[in-house]
Design a protein around this ligand. Sequence first.
Ligand code: HEC
Length: 147
Amino acid sequence: MQMNYQTILSKLKCFKVVFILLILIVPYKIQAQNNDWKVPEEAQKIENTLEKSDRVLNGGKQIFGQLCSVCHGKAGAGDGITAAALNPKPADLTSVAFQEQSDGTIYYKIREGRPPMPGFKTQLSEQQTWAIVHFIRSLKKEETKNK
Ligand code: HEC
């Protein structure tokens, strides 16, 4: 009898734990699946007015190496040293799906960030951010370059 009572009690505790976990995890999962990162239409249309040059590309590459590659990987493939621990994972910036987005969209995402990615608008000037956009464009996979 005593055993039974305790078994029931521990089962109830188990349910409680499962229940609490569900309450915590479900909204988190729903959010993680919602990959739709809405960027205001106005922001999508902003054009990169910084002229592309070797100097600009190198500058963008350097900043990317310092601030972004820990998560995004040196070549932007989403394989930085911290990537495994992140949820959602950093996107593959060389992919067609990513590269189809406008310059303005990419610029906006870098400036605003979305957890776990920090926003960089206080850390980077507009010009530095545009230089990174140029660099990210240069990461495009070969077979999609002519598209
Ligand atoms: C702490 C890790 C981390 C750092 C540092 C970081 N990012 Fe991210 N980044 C992420 C994650 C995670 C996502 C995916 C966020 C999401 O989808 O909600 C992301 C998303 C992005 C996106 C949008 C990808 C898409 O699918 O449209 C861009 C662009 C981007 N990062 C660029 C950068 C740049 C440029 C830097 C450096 C200035 C940087 N990130 C620094 C983790 C990071």
